[in-house]
Design a protein around this ligand. Sequence first.
Ligand SMILES: C[S@@+](CC[C@H](N)C(=O)[O-])C[C@H]1O[C@@H](n2cnc3c(N)ncnc32)[C@H](O)[C@@H]1O
Length: 403
Amino acid sequence: MKPKSKDTPAITPELKARREKARLKKQKQRALDDDSAFEKALKVLEKTAETNPALERVMLAGMGELMSRYLPIPPVKPPFAYVGSKSRYAHLIIKRLEDSIKEVRDTLVYCEPFAGSLASFLAVADTLKAKGIRRVILNDFNPHLINFYRMAEAHPDLLIEEINSIEERFIESFPIEYSLKMGATIPHEDRPALEDNVHAFFKDHRTALQHDESLNNIQRAGLIYFVLQHGFNGLYTESQKGNIGTAFGWKKKRIFLNEITEKIYGLHFVFNSFQTEFTNKHFRDLDWLQDTFFYLDPPYIESGKDYLACGFGLDEQKELLESVQASGAPFLYSNNNHVFLRDLLDESVTVETFARKNIVAGSGEARSDDKEELLAGRTSAWPFNLQNGKWLEIPLKAMTKER
Ligand SMILES: C[S@@+](CC[C@H](N)C(=O)[O-])C[C@H]1O[C@@H](n2cnc3c(N)ncnc32)[C@H](O)[C@@H]1O
C-alpha cells in the first residue's frame, strides 16, 4: 500500500461527516437540475415504502421541494378588480414572455416594478415556473398592496379571518332585508336611506386604514381588501395630500368566506411556488440588474388618473424608459401607443401595437394613436441572448422596428 503523504489530512469522523454532507448537497442539486428526477424519486419512494414503511414519511418530507418544482400553478384570479390591470392583454404578454425566455439559468429573476393587482403576474406565473424561473420580485409604490401580499404569503389564515370579520360587520350595517343581496340589486331610490350606515362604515374603515397607527399589518391588509372590494370600480386613488379617495361602489357584491379563502390560498400557493420578494419602492430606487427580466406596466401616459399622490407625469415616463434601456436588462413594457413614448425608445427595442379592446369594437376600423396599446421590448428572443447567466448583445438579422 502506498504510504500516506504527510499533507493528507487524517480522516476524522468530523471530516467524514462534512464530506457526506457535501455529497448529499451535490446529489440534491443534481436531482433538482434533472428533469427526470421527479419520476425517479417517485419510483424510489414506492420501493422504499414497500420495504420499510417507517421511512416513507421521511422521504415524503424530503420530496416537498421536488414536488413544488413540478406541480403546475393552477389559474389564480387577481385578488381585486383594479384600474389598469392587464388581465385582458395577458395572452399577448404571455406569448411575448414565452418568446423572450428561451433559455434560463437558476439565477434568472422575474421582476414587476408596477405589480398593481398582480393580474399580469398571475397570468404568467405558470409560464415562469415552467421555464424554470425561481425568483420573483413584486414591487409597487402603494404600501397597502404590498403589505396585503406579504400577509397573504405569510399568514393566509389570519388574513382570511380578518377580511371575513370586517365583511360580517359591514353586512350588519345593512337593514336585514338587504344583507344577503347587497350591491347592484339595491334599488337606487332605497340607497340614500342606507347611506348613513353603509357609507359611514365604508368611510370610517377607509380612514382607519390610513390614519389609525395602532393597527397591525393583518388589520391593514384586511382593510385594503375591503376598500378595494367595495370601492367604486376598483379605482384606488389618492388626493394630492395623500388621503385615499376611493369612493364607495354600490355595484359590488358581498364577499363570501369561500371566495376569500380560494383567493387568498391561491395567492399563497403562487407566492410559495417561487422565492418571492415583495418591495415597496419608487421605480427609481430599483436595481436594474442584467440577470433580471422586467415586465414594466406603469400608469398609462396621460390617463388623467393618478394612482398615488406622488403622481406619474411625463418626467417619470421618460425616466423609466431611460433607466431600463440604459441598464441592458431584458424587458417588456406596456403603455398607450403615444408619440412621446415612441420617440424615447432606442433603435434596438422592438415595438408592437395593438388595438385596445374596450375602445375599438372588433370592426377593424381606423384607430387613433391613444386608442392603441404599445408593447415594447428587448428580450432574448429579440436583440439579446442569455449565455452563462449573462445577457449578451448579438447581431440580429431580422430586427424590426414598426413605427
Ligand atoms: C397600470 S398599474 C399596474 C397594473 C398591474 N400590471 C396589474 O395587472 O394589475 C400601475 C401601478 O403602478 C404603481 N405606481 C405608480 N407610481 C409608481 C412608482 N413611482 N413606482 C412604482 N410603482 C408605482 C401604482 O400603484 C399601480 O399599482
